[in-house]
Unconditional design. Structure first.
Length: 412
């Protein structure tokens, strides 16, 4: 709990609706939820919120009168959910997984079933659902190598919680054995494909604001750094400055993974020979003179990929884990990532082996690879075609997952 509160303070924005984090809800929320039995969707942050919203819309095809409660942990996830969720989804903060708090949350939300997204299996939430005979599902189940090692080490403590899951939807067949080894009964695991990687259902996309799009004319080339982490912004700028000698029209766009780092990034880039502006400033002033635009809003990354020529996937060069490469692929853009794609290891390996993405090891190979792609439009188009073909196994994953969730019935 001390670590939880320390992180909230460090990231900021924690005061809004803080009571919901400790199971305290205002009268309006209580009244709205008292008149319905909701499907409780739990998603930790922006990526998981997008999955939850896609799944909720697919589930409503089976259940036209569906009502949902979507809980999220981070302020960025909450902001995105509140901005994009339809009226039939109540957006709230996740209650802390402490028994008295969770019990209060259950009494207000009154869930008919609970759907956890990707990796959010909390022991008190799972136990409370089991005690109340409420079906509990884990969808788009994600198991990073690091988490798997930890879970296996502490399997004696972890397995009883995993055994409470009534349904686990995994993206790939090879995931079945991994979850079985952690205590999930095999007959409760279904291979559905990934909701996140499902090309049949793309996240809602809007065009890039005109004042910015106009600055990036059809003659411009754009190197786009998506979901970057500390150290990667400086690397991208160095690569950009060298490549601009070959491509004078080249522009740089950076979308940091954590918006709270913007001032740090701007100060760092301010010492380098380029003109930097924020996307929000570019909307109100002339962006034509900017060499680099920093995205300072949350949840809009998908639509900004439209202006990219080549996309670099962050958290893969100076940090470990990687970020989702599918969003730019669905936007029709070629992707490049570093050696550290542990959170998307299987997908990254599939993309690289099918010539559907480019993987680099360091700054020099990043510069060389991006330069080759900027020079050759046919290579860019070939990467995108191959990437779409590689994602075919996930087509329809959202609908398959929604059907299984729809068929969940309360325990007897």
């Amino acid at each position: 709990m001390p670590g939880y509160f320390a992180k909230m303070i460090r990231r900021g924005g924690y005061r809004e609706k803080f009571g919901q984090r400790v199971g305290i809800y205002d009268g309006e929320v209580r009244n709205r939820l008292s008149n319905q039995r909701s499907t409780w969707l739990h998603a930790v942050s922006v990526g998981e919120v997008n999955v939850a919203l896609k799944l909720a819309n697919a589930l409503r095809v089976f259940e036209p009168d569906l009502h949902c409660v979507l809980t999220t942990t981070t302020t960025t996830g909450f902001a995105l959910a509140r901005k994009t969720a339809p009226p039939w989804i109540e957006v709230m903060y996740t209650p802390l997984d402490y028994w008295p708090i969770m019990c209060r949350a259950f009494s207000v939300i009154r869930p008919a079933r609970i759907v956890l997204v990707e990796a959010e299996v909390w022991p008190n939430l799972a136990a409370a659902a089991h005690a109340r005979r409420i079906p509990l599902a884990l969808v788009n189940a994600r198991l990073s190598p690091r988490s798997e090692r930890r879970y296996r080490r502490f399997r004696f403590f972890i397995a009883p919680t995993f055994r409470l899951l009534d349904l686990v939807c995994v993206p790939e067949r090879r995931d079945v054995e991994r979850w079985t080894a952690l205590g999930v009964p095999r007959n409760r695991i279904d291979v559905t494909g990934s909701v996140k990687f499902d090309s049949d259902v793309q996240a809602q996309s809007h065009s890039v604001p005109g004042s910015v799009a106009d600055a990036f004319s059809s003659n411009s080339l754009v190197l786009f750094g998506g979901s970057t982490h500390r150290g990667e912004e400086e690397i991208l700028v160095r690569v950009f400055l060298r490549l601009r000698e070959q491509f004078p029209s080249l522009r740089l766009f950076i979308a940091p993974r954590h918006v709270e780092r913007l001032q740090e990034i701007r100060a760092q880039l301010g010492a380098m020979p380029l003109r930097v502006t924020l996307a929000s400033e570019a909307l109100t002033c002339d962006a034509a003179d900017a060499d680099c635009i920093l995205l300072d809003t949350t949840g809009e990354l998908q639509r900004w990929y439209d202006i990219a020529t080549v996309v670099f996937i962050g958290k893969s060069l100076t940090a470990h884990g990687g970020q989702n490469p599918v969003e730019p692929i669905l936007a029709g853009k070629p992707v490049v990532f570093g050696p550290h794609m542990e959170n998307f290891a299987t997908l990254a390996k599939t993309l690289v082996s099918n010539n559907a993405a480019m993987q680099v090891n360091d700054t020099e190979s990043l510069e060389r690879t991006v330069g080759e792609l900027l020079r050759d439009s046919e290579s860019r188009q070939r990467l995108v075609r191959n990437a779409h073909a590689a994602l075919n196994e996930h087509k329809g994953g959202t609908a398959r997952t929604a059907r299984l969730v729809h068929e969940l019935v309360p325990r007897h």
